[in-house]
Design a binder for this molecule. Structure first.
Ligand code: AQP
Length: 327
């Protein structure tokens, strides 16, 4: 039996290059070696307000991106989180062994609560990492391919699994995070100190996977750069480093080679070529997305839910039995 990986993306906005380079790209590579489960985490998405019609549309859209990017339903299992009620049930049980300070120190909660205004942040937003732990632990996941921003949540998942195992006996596998060095964090085009994010207030923060040619050129033109005019890959130039990373990951040309290519040239040439690289990547992906019908995608998601349901059911029954619930 192959070891299992689990990961997911929230249908909370337009998917962007960060989601692709930080997560989906790795999933596609890993699906041959691992028993792969990829979820559209709609229950996570509602931790911040969502328009119901948009949520439905985006849930299907995220699944289309998975499939168009190369997630193959013959090798992997995509499904919608809310179709498997065990996620919420296990999250409730894990809530009872998690400690409030453990959640209070989660960076993502602090950032998002600040964005929402502390008074308006939902309890669901606070509890988000526990639901994520439940997603992962339900399926005996060994590896979780995520972007760097999620590492703290995986650490908490391990802590909770260990605590449960100690208290009630061996039940959960302790999962490990999987990240790749280059794609650890794709930063915002408008601010290289913050990650590219679908819920960013400005559309100039991200390149959405659905952006058209004109939009990509406009956003890259507007992307912030550092002082000086040379194209160098260095920590002192975080904005440029981020743009070179995107260029490199999408073109498979190393940052060193990119530096060489632009000796004697400036930002104008570099940004023009970067826009070409991004557009050349996005256009075939967008064509594949358009070719997928909603009906076909929903069928794949339903089949996926049917496949994972018995795994989730069995694990939850084991947990309920161990904590003393009458089956
Ligand atoms: N900027 C990023 N760089 C690398 N990886 C990223 N991911 C997200 N942003 C970047 C990875 O994408 C996966 C799905 O993320 P998510 O939708 O579950 O939530 P998120 O991490 O909170 O992503 P966003 O885009 O910032 O969404 P919002 O704004 O809705 O919260 C994860 O594996 C994540 O690491």
């Amino acid at each position: 039996m192959k070891p299992r990986i689990f990961s997911g993306i929230q249908p909370s906005g337009n998917l962007h290059l960060g989601n692709y380079l930080g997560a989906i790209r790795n999933w596609v590579k890993l699906q041959d070696q691992y028993d792969s489960i990829f979820c559209v985490v709609d229950m996570h998405a509602i931790t911040v307000p969502q328009d119901p019609t948009e949520l439905r549309r985006r849930t299907i859209e995220v699944a289309k991106v998975y499939l168009a990017s190369g997630i193959d339903p013959k090798k992997s299992t995509p499904f919608i989180q809310s179709h498997i009620s065990e996620h919420a049930e296990l999250a409730w049980i894990l809530n009872t062994i998690a400690k409030i300070p453990e959640l209070e120190k989660m960076t993502q909660f602090k950032d998002k609560a600040q964005k929402a205004g502390k008074e308006s942040a939902s309890v669901g937003l606070f509890d988000y990492p526990i639901l994520m732990a439940s997603d992962i632990l339900l399926y005996d996941t060994e590896l979780v391919p995520v972007g760097k921003d999620q590492l703290q949540h995986i650490e908490l998942t391990r802590t909770l699994a260990e605590r449960f195992n100690k208290k009630f006996g061996e039940t959960f596998i302790l999962p490990k995070a999987f990240t790749t060095k280059e794609s650890e964090n794709i930063m915002g085009l408008d601010d290289p100190t913050k990650k590219m994010s679908k819920s960013a207030s400005s559309e100039y923060n991200y390149i959405a996977l659905t952006d058209d040619e004109e939009t990509v050129r406009r956003k890259i033109k507007k992307a912030v750069t550092d002082s000086g005019s040379e194209i160098v890959y260095s920590d002192d130039k975080p904005a440029l480093k981020n743009l070179i990373n995107i260029y490199s990951l999408l073109s498979e040309i190393s940052p060193k080679e990119i530096e060489k290519k632009y000796v004697g040239k400036g930002y104008f040439d570099f940004k023009n070529d970067l826009a070409d690289v991004v557009i050349n990547f996005l256009q075939p992906l967008q064509k594949k997305i358009e070719e997928l019908s909603d009906e076909k995608v929903l069928k794949i998601l339903e089949d996926g839910a049917k496949k994972v349901q018995p795994i989730a059911k069995k694990k939850l029954e084991e947990v309920k039995n161990k904590i003393g619930f009458i089956g």
